[in-house]
Design a protein around this ligand. Sequence first.
Ligand code: GTP
Ligand code: 5AD
Ligand code: SF4
Ligand code: SF4
Length: 350
Amino acid sequence: MNVIPIHTARPQPPGANLPLDTLGRHISDLRISVTDRCNFHCTYCMPESAINCGFKFLRHDELLSFEEIERLARLFVAQGVKRIRITGGEPLLRRNIEQLIEKLASFPGVEITLTTNGSMLAHKAKALKAAGLHRITVSLDALDDATFRHMTGVDFPVRDVLAGIDAAGAAGLDPVKINMVVKRGANDHAILPMVRYFRGSGHTLRFIEFMDVGTANGWKLGEVLPSRDIIRLIDSEYPVEPVNPKHFSEVAKRWRYKDGAGEIGVISSVTQAFCSSCTRLRLSSEGSLFTCLFAQKGHSLRDLLRNGGSDAELSATIAGIWQRRDDRYSEIRTDNTAGLKKVEMHYIGG
Ligand code: GTP
Ligand code: 5AD
Ligand code: SF4
Ligand code: SF4
C-alpha cells in the first residue's frame, strides 16, 4: 500500500470583513439540528440506558420554528457559510421538514445536505429532492440484522434502510454517503461485508472512529478502531489509494479503489484530529450555538431572537461568539477530557 500525505488543500481566503476565530479559522459550515429525538438508540449516541435515566427531550415550543431557523441561517450565510447540513436526532422525524429545506435551498450558492438514519427515507426521498436537497448521508453500521440491532438498540430491518438508500439514489440524491461508526469488538466484523456491498454502487462508504461525544455512550479508547487499521484491512482485499480533498475543511479523508470501483472515506477524529481546518458551527434545535462537537455548553440565540433582537444584533452576537472561539478538542483529548460533561450528539447534531 502506498501511503501519500493527502491533507494538501490550503485555507480559502474568507473574504473581507468575515469573522475569524482565535486560531484563524473562518466559518463555512453550519449544522442545524431540527430535533433532539430519534427512533433509534445507537449505543454510541443515545443508548436506551441513558434515556431511561431521566433524559428530558425538548417540548415543541422550545424548538426553533422553521421561520426562526431560516432567519438565522440567512445571517450565517452572510458571515461566510457555504454549506448547511440538517441533522438531529433524526431530522426526518420533524414534521414537514421539506418546507424548511425548500426555504434553505433558495439561498444562492449554498449547499444543503442532510444526515439521517434512513429509517423513513424510502418514503421521503422524492419529497426531499423535490424540495431542493442537494445531497444526503445515511448512517448504517452493519448489513446483518443482529449486528445492526446491537449497534442501534432497535429491532429495525436493515433491508428498509437499504431501500431508503436506493430510493435516495433513484430520486437523484446520488451519490449517497453512508456513515458507518466502527466500534472495535462490536461491528468491526461488518467492515468487509459493507465494503463488498457498496463497492461499485456509486455511493461512498465512510468509516467513522467511535468518538467520545457526550457522556452517555461510555466511550473507551480500547473500543476505537484506528482508521489506518480499517484502511489496511480493506486494502488487503481491495487495494486502495488516497485521493486529494475537495475542499479545505473536509472531515473525511478520501480513498479510491485502484480497480475503479469508487471511493471510500475515513473520519479519524480520535487518531488524526482535524481541528486546524474546522470551520463548523452547530445550531441546536432550541437555538443554542456550539462552536465544537465536544462543547460543554452553548450560546443561546433564542432569547435574542424571540425578544425582538434585530438582524444586526444577532449578526454581531454570532460574529462575537466565533471570534472568541478557541476549540480544538480532538487535538487535546486525554483520558481525563473524555469524562467531561459534554453535550450529547443527538442534541447538538452529528
Ligand atoms: P460532506 O463530506 O460534505 O458530506 O460532509 P461531512 O464529511 O461533514 O459528513 P457528515 O456530516 O456525514 O460528517 C460525518 C461525521 O463526521 C459526523 O457524523 C461526525 O461523526 C463526524 N464529524 C463531522 N464534523 C465533525 C467535527 O467537526 N468534529 C468531529 N470531531 N467530528 C465531526
Ligand atoms: N462517534 C462517532 N460517530 C458518531 N455518530 C453519532 N455518535 C457518534 C460517535 N459517538 C454519527 C452517526 C451518524 C452521525 C449523525 O453521527 O453515525 O452518522
Ligand atoms: Fe439516532 Fe443518529 Fe443518534 Fe443513532 S446516531 S441514536 S440514528 S441520532
Ligand atoms: Fe472542530 Fe471541535 Fe471537532 Fe476539533 S473537535 S474538529 S474543533 S468540532
